[in-house]
Ligand binder design. Structure first.
Ligand code: BG6
Length: 476
């Protein structure tokens, strides 16, 4: 029986959210539209046409939400800032009431001994920048983003110690430019790689700005890591798994942590006429940026098999490129195909439940990059039903406790993990799945009619996590 290391004394037991998914109030106090405010209005894009106009009304109920965090004993709370609250047109004059909302939220958290973890960008690009220069498709986004981030750094320095530059760059670029399921809803592989390169430059420039300004604290991106396995020991399948890891994981993490694109992936892009434009100075910029930690959002792993060049599985309508949760077979002929893993269970949304995957992820990152990790998301989306004002979500407790245990194993293996943020704190709007797919510790009475009472009900998992925090992870 192995004796496991305990969690560090200052471990950040947290929970997470994102602006568009919780706030509501899309046009209040000077805020203007983000690309999401408009995208959700396109028929057929979201589940039953749900949108975030009300969401869970956190904009007006943040004090109630923070009071419940205090009772839960949360050490940290990760939330994102809506860029178009701070700069309604993406740039120009600061919208003071928008800034004040986050300033008040931060004060409220600190007054309750909760460490704020601020995500600068969780997908809600100001529509004005999309209209002006197609947002991420133009390098003009680099100075505008840095200006926005600098405004936050200066406004919140001393109060906020942990910053996330970009949330899941791999997800918003693939959904936005390959799958067309997120704004701007395009399917253009080559443009996707160009956009992604711009996002890498933004990430590096923001990290450098943070360090240049000597803001006390730490900064890093959050990557959606789905570790790749081979379905078996057939060397062809092993090679396919390595391909998948190279083009869907190392392709981002190498850039974040080492400032270089992985060689095999670059060769693949060049051979397939997908190579993006690099300008003079880009390579130097990527190399010069050093995140203090890597944020990891972990939900599941992915099993891979060989995909023949002739007659192989193609990028699907709804799925391609290893994007999590797409289900079924998908792939790129001659590179890989994702297959169903018979060794693990699945959620009702077909996401594979693999607690050991988070340990494998942490060990790979530790060996390859030697960088501390903050788990910025991990959680289970399920249908929850209140029974007499209680929600018995034992399935969520089982999911979370097995993953926390696995993180403890990884720490014992030598990984450095500074915090764990469940997805999500309250129930919230799932971008594409409405309110039926719930993740929170706190049930919110809101649904597809968007006319719920918005009453908050702590679920059984809330009380379970309260005890986990109290015992610093000793009682799972
Ligand atoms: C992550 C995002 O991709 O997964 C969250 O950062 C998102 O914003 C979460 O809500 C769960 O995804 P989904 O599709 O189940 O809501």
């Amino acid at each position: 029986h192995r004796v496991l290391k305990g969690f560090p004394a200052d471990f950040l037991w947290g929970s997470a959210s994102a602006a568009y998914q919780i706030e509501g109030a899309p046009f209040e106090d000077g805020k203007k539209a983000s690309v999401w405010d408009n995208f959700v209005r396109i028929p057929g894009k979201t589940f039953k046409g749900t949108n975030g106009d009300v969401a869970v009304d956190h904009y007006h109920r943040y004090k109630e939400d923070v009071a419940l965090m205090k009772e839960l004993g949360l050490k940290s709370y990760r939330f994102s800032v809506a860029w178009s609250r701070i700069f309604p047109d993406g740039k120009g004059k600061v919208n003071e009431p928008g800034l004040k909302f986050y300033s008040d939220l931060i004060d409220e958290l600190i007054a309750n001994n909760i460490e704020p973890v601020v995500t600068i960008y969780h997908w809600d690009l100001p529509q004005a920048l999309e209209d002006e220069y197609h947002g991420w498709e133009s390098r003009q986004i680099i100075p505008d983003f840095v200006n926005y981030a600098e405004t936050l750094f200066n406004a919140f320095k001393g109060r906020v110690k942990y910053w996330i530059s970009l949330n899941e760059q791999n997800v918003f670029t693939q959904h936005g430019w390959v799958l067309a399921t997120h704004p701007p809803g395009k399917k253009d592989m080559k443009l996707f790689y160009q956009v992604n390169h711009h996002a890498n430059l933004v990430n590096a420039a923001v990290i450098n700005k943070f360090h240049e300004l000597n803001i006390p604290g730490e900064i890093g991106p959050s990557f959606a890591y789905t570790p790749n396995y081979s379905i078996d020991s057939n060397p062809k399948n092993v090679l396919a798994a390595e391909n998948a890891e190279e083009i869907f994981a190392n392709f981002w993490m190498d850039v974040y942590c080492q400032g270089v694109y992985p060689i095999v992936a670059l060769t693949y892009l060049k051979e397939n006429n997908l190579m993006f434009d690099m300008e003079e100075g880009d390579e130097e910029l990527l190399k010069s940026a050093h995140p203090n930690f890597l944020g990891i959002n972990y939900y599941q792993s992915s099993a891979n098999a060989w995909n023949p060049i002739n007659g192989g599985v193609q990028i699907g309508e709804m799925n391609t490129t290893g994007v999590k949760g797409s289900g079924g077979e998908q792939g790129i002929p001659g590179v890989y195909k994702k297959v169903s893993n018979p060794a693990v269970d699945r959620t009702n949304w077909d996401w594979e439940i693999d607690p050991m995957g988070i340990r494998i992820a942490l060990r790979r990152i530790t060996s390859r990059y030697r960088i501390p990790v903050m788990i910025t998301e991990n959680g289970l989306g399920e249908y929850d039903k209140p029974e007499e004002s209680q929600v018995h979500d034992d399935y969520r407790i089982a999911y979370l406790s097995s993953h926390v245990k696995s993180i403890q194993e990884a720490i014992s293996d030598g990984a450095s993990v500074i915090g764990y943020h469940t997805w999500s704190y309250t129930d919230l709007l799932s971008w594409l799945n409405g309110y039926q797919k719930r993740y929170g510790f706190i049930y919110v009475d809101q649904d597809e009619t968007m006319e719920g009472s918005l009453k908050r009900i702590p679920k059984d998992s809330y009380y379970w996590y309260q005890n986990v925090i109290k015992t610093n992870g000793q009682e799972l």
